[in-house]
Design a protein around this ligand. Structure first.
Ligand code: F6R
Length: 248
């Protein structure tokens, strides 16, 4: 992993948005679709804000963009304000010219017995677009990327998982109590993520410093799934000063 440290997460987010915009335009020039893997949570908010600004003020078009989100809670209604479906529309999709049929977010409403096939189809869908050109990631304090919690296999694919207690407790404020946080989620696998041609992972703030150190300087281990990215050829870890403070 190559890491870059910025003074502020706001500035770092703008640089990430510029890379994404550059890729979108490059693909546009070649009349190709640009396939983006997207994350939710607090980390990418400013990146999406900047992309929306570029759309509104600079005419950046998302007409050739196809997106696949990493994950969704399960069970979860799409209209629920805590859903990742809601988050993505609120922060990005409602404000740009992406075609609705090009948006893919794991569905938290499908019947339990259909999840397995649904996940197989999600993988096939990504492959049908030629795979992910760019994957944006945050990192959880358990070391998860997507919702690949400790123990996740290097070759894991899209599937249903059980959330770690720490992940649920970090999500508790948004749900007004840990008892309201779903126990499960659907997530792309490590194997799905690592096939992306380019990966940018972000971490902001002191709370992430410990897991950032383990991810970058620790051994590759299923105990810190993000450490698997050490084996990806084209990953950049973008950090602010606080998240980088434990790096040697
Ligand atoms: C969200 C996701 C998660 C988050 C991670 C960090 O789609 O896949 O891995 O990126 O939990 O969340 P924040 O950014 O809220 O600290």
């Amino acid at each position: 992993i190559h890491n870059v440290i910025f003074k502020s997460s706001d500035y770092a987010s703008i640089i990430i948005a510029q890379e994404i915009a550059g890729l979108i335009k490059e693909k546009q020039a070649q009349q190709e679709s640009c396939v983006l893997g997207l994350a939710t949570g607090s980390s990418p908010i400013k990146v999406y804000e900047e992309l929306v600004r570029m759309h509104k003020e600079e005419g950046l078009s998302f007409a050739n963009v196809v997106t696949f989100n990493l994950d969704e809670y399960f069970p979860m209604e799409k209209g629920n304000v805590q859903s990742y479906h809601y988050f993505m529309h609120e922060h990005l999709f409602n404000h740009v010219d992406i075609l609705p049929e090009n948006i893919h977010i794991p569905d938290g409403t499908i019947p339990q017995e259909q999840i397995h096939q649904y996940c197989i189809d999600y993988e096939l869908k990504i492959n049908s677009f030629g795979g992910l050109d760019f994957q944006l990631l945050g990192i959880g304090r358990t070391g998860h990327i997507g919702f690949n919690e400790p123990g996740s296999h290097y070759n894991s694919v899209t599937r249903s998982i059980t959330l770690d207690h720490l992940t649920r407790s970090d999500a508790a404020p948004a749900f007004f109590g840990i008892e309201n946080v779903p126990k499960k989620a659907i997530t792309m696998g490590i194997g799905t993520i690592k096939k992306a041609k380019r990966i940018v992972i972000m971490a902001w703030g002191h709370k992430k410093a410990e897991v950032v150190k383990e991810t970058i300087e620790g051994m590759v281990s299923s105990e810190v799934p993000a450490s698997y990215l050490q084996r990806h050829e084209n990953t950049t870890f973008v950090l602010d000063k606080e998240a980088a403070e434990e790096l040697t």
